[in-house]
Design a protein around this ligand. Structure first.
Ligand code: HEM
Ligand SMILES: [Cu+2]
Length: 585
């Protein structure tokens, strides 16, 4: 350990009050308007989980309608569209993006890198409060005349704006505003994550010694900083179309026999902007999940990650490639066939680095000392589910296969596997893994296992049959199927089954919530490094870590993050900050 006060003589006295600025002086500064990344992480996570719960309830309502059509009269067609839209957007942006980057990012980046905090703590604090405003604006749309927008989470114009769409009065305006605010807030956080990774690492923490969790979050943040601006301008332009009558996206249209004042806009331009953001968004969610899963399996299998460098470069390659595939979401938009060929090719190339990652996870687990505890179960659940969703991605990436499947429930099943179930597995596994550090208490293992098995089996019970429905041609975004000849009666039985599975999985999350709250007060006290992990966040002098994370001395890093079961070492793990002299038996 190196004394950080070493060299402190060089800091002119005048700067000391400046440093002091960042220390909380009151309860409010400590827990509410906090500049401590750890508190901001908890604020982000709680807010994201709360709004995510709303999205979960909306999915129950949609499933009730699909499983038992006509039984619940308040779920009419306009409401169904509103539920779909809010469910999709909340899950993707306000839950997953905010939780992985604002939640996990804030907690883990400084701690895993041996930094005291993010580099711009004040801006980091603002990032959360702006995010909260975005969430509140979005929530407000449930209470305005006309309700939230029913445009679908893709918000395609012209229908998002035309009066036939529910929520065309206020809902769409609030949705666009909320997204704009979200992006502003995210940018403040995102610049912090990137600059902290580049500038805030402890001595010895080279880029190629960073845990893969940090690599995943870092690369995802870079993607988000490049992709969100496309959505930002799209939202601003659409807002102008809606409120001032400009024609960026609105073509000349006749509505209810009336020629509207719009002319000359391009709805396809919106699709390009949306998916230029929308595809990288999948990886904004997936890359942190890749990183976290690598660290979970390495720690709980007591094995170094197989092919660390390859894993890093695969993350970077997937991130880069994700910017040249967006139009695979637009195969049915009437584009030039050569264009489709290009995007199908780039899409399928992503399978290469992705497969490398999967092989390396499997090879890490191969003949390892696997501890099947809750974080490990969720990590394996992720790998299996991601492979599953990846395989259907190969179907949909090919133009000729996609065209008939586009707009069916097959697409819904595919993206729920890849970017719904799989990342949620990682989020849950990550919470079980880091909860002891965050709260100082262990979560209950038995409740955790019940939670895992119901969630895992339940997710397959929900989404497996939906693939089959899609192959039969059952369309997505349909409020009711009616009696079309191609829909056999078994579809209705399956739909009822899926709905029951969805309700069971939903209620299993209450076990999790109970575990989180109960353990906070009654859980077993956590030792500072319960998983005997190598990464720096487990080596803090206090658990939970105090403000500034490291007490007086910053850690110094001597090795990578994966020294598990090293032959000749006295313990089966060597923390990153262990000097070489003390590791021999
Ligand atoms: C228990 C969990 C879930 C259930 C039961 C569920 C159910 C549904 C249903 C019934 C639909 C509408 C299908 C249609 O008629 O087209 C839907 C759409 C959607 N869901 Fe989920 N969902 C769940 C979790 C998630 C998660 C975790 C995500 C995060 C990525 C997500 C993202 C979406 C998106 C993006 C849409 C598309 C909305 C649209 O078509 O505009 N869902 N979900
Ligand atoms: Cu895509």
């Amino acid at each position: 350990m190196v004394d950080v006060t070493h060299g402190a003589e060089a800091i002119p006295a005048a700067e000391v009050p400046d440093v002091d600025l960042y220390h909380p002086h009151s309860w409010v500064e400590k827990y509410v308007f906090s500049q401590d990344a750890k508190i901001i992480a908890i604020q982000y996570s709680v807010t994201a989980l709360a709004i995510g719960f709303v999205a979960l309830v909306l999915s129950w309502l949609m499933r009730l309608q699909l499983g038992f059509p006509g039984t619940f009269s308040f779920i009419d067609a306009p409401h169904y569209y509103q539920f779909i839209t809010m469910h999709g957007m909340i899950m993707v942006v306000y839950l997953l993006t905010a939780l992985f980057l604002g939640g996990f990012g804030n907690y883990l980046i400084p701690l895993m890198l041996g930094a005291r905090d993010m580099v711009f703590p004040f801006v980091n604090m603002l990032s959360y409060w702006v995010y909260l405003i975005a969430v509140l604006v979005l929530t407000a749309s449930f209470f305005v005349p006309g309700g939230p927008t029913g445009a679908g989470w893709t918000l395609y114009p012209p229908q998002a704006i035309l009066t036939g769409t529910p929520g065309h009065e206020w809902g769409i305006i609030l949705m666009l505003l909320s997204l704009i605010i979200f992006i502003i807030g995210f940018t403040m956080g995102g610049l912090n994550y990137v600059v902290t990774v580049l500038q805030g690492r402890a001595r010895g923490m080279t880029l190629m010694r960073m845990p893969l969790t940090v690599w995943g979050i870092f690369t995802a943040t870079v993607l988000a900083l490049l992709a969100f601006p496309a959505l930002f301008v799209a939202c601003v332009m659409m807002l102008l179309d809606r409120t001032l009558g400009t024609s960026f996206f609105m073509p000349a249209v006749v509505e209810m026999g009336q020629q509207l004042q719009y002319r000359g806009g391009s709805p396809i331009l919106f699709q390009h902007l949306f998916w230029f953001f929308g595809h990288p968004e999948v990886y904004i969610v997936a890359l942190p999940a890749f990183g976290i899963v690598s660290d979970l399996i390495s720690t709980h299998a007591r094995r170094h990650i197989f092919g660390y460098r390859m894993m890093v470069w695969a993350i970077v390659a997937i991130g880069a490639l994700s910017f040249v595939v967006w139009a695979h979401h637009m195969y049915v938009s009437g584009m030039n066939p050569y264009f489709g060929f290009f995007f199908a090719t780039t899409t399928l190339i992503i399978a290469v680095p992705t497969a490398i990652k999967v092989y390396n996870w499997v090879l890490t687990l191969w003949r390892a000392d696997i501890h099947l505890n809750v974080p490990m179960l969720f990590a394996i659940g992720f790998i299996v589910t991601f492979v599953n969703g990846g395989l259907t991605g190969l179907f949909l990436g090919n133009v000729v296969v996609d065209v008939p499947l586009s707009g069916t429930m097959f697409v819904v099943a595919h993206f729920h596997m890849v970017m719904g179930v799989a990342p949620i597995m990682v989020i849950l596994g990550g919470i079980y893994h880091w909860y002891p550090k965050i709260s100082g208490r262990m979560l209950n293992e038995a409740l955790g296992k019940i939670h895992f098995w119901i969630t895992f089996i339940g997710a397959y019970a929900i989404f497996f049959p939906i693939h089959y429905l899609g192959l039969l041609g059952v369309p997505r975004r349909y409020h009711e199927l009616g009696d079309a000849a191609f829909i056999p009666p078994s579809v209705h039985t399956l739909n009822a089954f899926v709905t029951i599975a969805a309700l069971v999985v939903g209620f299993a999350q209450i076990v999790f919530l109970y575990n989180l709250i109960w353990s906070l007060f009654k859980g077993e006290r956590a030792p500072s490094n319960p998983w005997r992990a190598t990464t720096l966040e487990w080596q803090t002098p206090e658990t939970p870590p105090g403000h500034g994370n490291w007490g007086k001395d910053l850690p110094v890093v001597y090795r990578w993050a994966y020294d598990y079961s090293v032959p000749g070492a006295k313990e089966d793990f060597i923390p990153q900050n262990q000097p070489p002299a003390v590791i021999q038996a």
